[in-house]
Design a binder for this molecule. Structure first.
Ligand code: CU
Length: 382
C-alpha cells in the first residue's frame, strides 16, 4: 500500500512539474500583457482556479487510497501482498533522490548562460570571487553528501534479516567532521565580512581618484537622481519641504543645495574609475536600489538614509564590445515589490569617461525652483 501511495504521489509530482513548466511560460507572457495594460491590483482568478484544481486532484487521490484499503479489508485480497515493501521503499527513495540530484545538475548547466556578466565594479569582483570560493566547497559537498545519502539508503535499508546496529557516539568521526566543516565556514565568514563591508563603507579614494556623491530617491513608482553642482557637494533636505516643484524637499537656504541638478531623463550617468557614493532614501514605502552588474544592492527605507559605494570599472561601450551586444545597458532596478507599477522602477545606467560625464551633467536641469520652494521654506520657519 505504501508503495502504491508513493508511486501515485511520484506520478502526480511529475505531472505537476510538467504543468508548472508549461503553465509558467504561458503565464509569463500573459502577465507581461496584463502589466502593460494596467497597473491596478486585481484578484488573480486564474491562480486561484489552478490551486483549487490541484487541491481537488489531491483529494481524489487520497480518497482512492482509502477505497483500496476498504476493498482489501472486506475482500481480503491484497494485490501487493507478495511485494518486499522495504526493498520497494528503498528503490523509490533512490529514484526520487537520484532523479532530484540529476535535475539539480541539469538545472545548473541549463541556466548557466543566464548568469550576469563579469562584475563592472571593483568590489563586485571580490563578491564574485567570494561566491566562486563558496561554491567550490559547497557544490562538491552537495554532490558527495547526496551520493552518500543514497548509498546509505541502498546499503542499509530495513529488512527482515537486516537489523540495524546502534552506535551512539563516535568521537573520532565527529571530531573529523567538525574540523572538516569548520575550516571552510570560518574562511568564508571571515573573508565574507571583509568583502560585504566594501560596498557599504569599506572603500576610500585612492590617490588622484575622483569622487562623486549622488542621491537616488525612490517613490511610487519612479527613481529621481540628484547630482551635485560645481561644488561637488549635495545640499541639505528635509521631508517637510517636499511639495510643489521641490520634489525632493531640498533646503534652498543651503548654498550647497542651490546648484544641485535633477536630470529628467530616466538615466543615471556614472564616471568610470571614480569612487561613487550613492545616498538612498524613499519618499513613501520600502523600495530597493539594485545594480546587479555592479553587485550593489541597498534598501530605500522611508525615514532612513542609506548608502552604497562603488567604483565602476567598465564603461557601457566597453561592456557592449565585450558581450558583443550593441543593445546592452547596465540597469538599476527596484528589488522590492513596492506596489502595482513596481515594474516601472527601472533606469538605464550609463558608465562613461569623466569628460563625457561632465558634458552630460552640464546639460541637466537645476533643482532650484526659487519662488515656490522658498515660500515653502518660509512656511516651515514660521
Ligand atoms: Cu520600488
Amino acid at each position: 500500500m505504501t508503495c502504491m501511495v508513493q508511486l501515485t504521489v511520484l506520478g502526480l509530482m511529475g505531472t505537476l512539474w510538467a504543468q508548472i513548466g508549461s503553465a509558467s511560460k504561458a503565464r509569463a507572457a500573459e502577465l507581461a500583457l496584463q502589466e502593460a495594460r494596467s497597473a491596478a491590483l486585481s484578484i488573480d482568478w486564474d491562480n486561484i482556479l489552478w490551486t483549487l484544481v490541484w487541491l481537488e486532484t489531491l483529494g481524489i487521490v487520497l480518497l482512492s487510497f482509502r477505497l483500496i484499503q476498504l476493498v482489501v479489508r472486506y475482500t481480503g485480497y491484497d494485490p501487493f501482498a507478495a511485494w518486499d515493501r522495504d526493498k520497494a521503499n528503498m528503490r523509490l527513495w533512490m529514484g526520487v533522490g537520484l532523479g532530484g540530484l540529476a535535475l539539480a545538475v541539469w538545472g545548473a548547466i541549463k541556466y548557466a548562460p543566464f548568469a550576469l556578466p563579469e562584475a563592472a565594479s571593483i568590489h563586485g569582483k571580490y563578491i564574485d570571487s567570494l561566491k566562486d570560493f563558496t561554491l567550490s566547497f559547497t557544490f562538491p559537498a552537495f554532490i558527495l553528501v547526496h551520493l552518500l545519502l543514497f548509498y546509505m539508503i541502498w546499503r542499509y535499508y530495513n529488512g527482515k534479516s537486516r537489523a540495524a546496529v546502534y552506535e551512539l557516539t563516535n568521537h573520532t568521526l565527529e571530531r573529523g567532521v567538525l574540523i572538516a566543516i569548520s575550516i571552510p565556514v570560518v574562511v568564508i565568514a571571515g573573508w565574507g565580512i571583509y568583502v560585504w563591508s566594501l560596498p557599504v563603507h569599506g572603500q576610500t579614494p585612492q590617490e588622484n581618484q575622483r569622487t562623486l556623491e549622488i542621491e537616488v530617491v525612490a517613490e511610487q513608482f519612479q527613481w529621481r537622481v540628484r547630482y551635485p553642482g560645481a561644488d561637488n557637494k549635495l545640499g541639505r533636505y528635509h521631508y517637510k519641504l517636499i511639495g510643489g516643484e521641490n520634489v525632493l524637499g531640498l533646503d534652498f537656504t543651503d548654498p550647497k543645495a542651490q546648484d544641485d541638478l535633477l536630470p529628467t531623463a530616466k538615466e543615471i550617468h556614472l564616471p568610470v574609475g571614480a569612487l561613487v557614493t550613492i545616498h538612498v532614501r524613499s519618499k513613501d514605502v520600502l523600495h530597493s536600489l539594485y545594480l546587479p552588474h555592479f553587485r550593489s544592492h541597498v534598501y530605500a527605507v522611508p525615514g532612513q538614509k542609506n548608502q552604497v559605494m562603488l567604483v565602476p570599472t567598465v564603461t557601457t561601450k566597453e561592456m557592449r564590445r565585450k558581450l558583443q551586444d550593441p543593445e546592452f545597458d547596465y540597469e538599476l532596478a527596484c528589488n522590492q515589490l513596492c506596489g502595482g507599477a513596481h515594474y516601472n522602477m527601472r533606469m538605464k545606467v550609463v558608465v562613461e569617461s569623466w569628460e563625457e560625464y561632465t558634458q552630460w551633467l552640464s546639460r541637466q536641469k537645476p533643482a532650484y525652483a526659487p519662488p515656490q520652494s522658498l515660500a515653502v521654506n518660509q512656511k516651515l520657519k514660521s
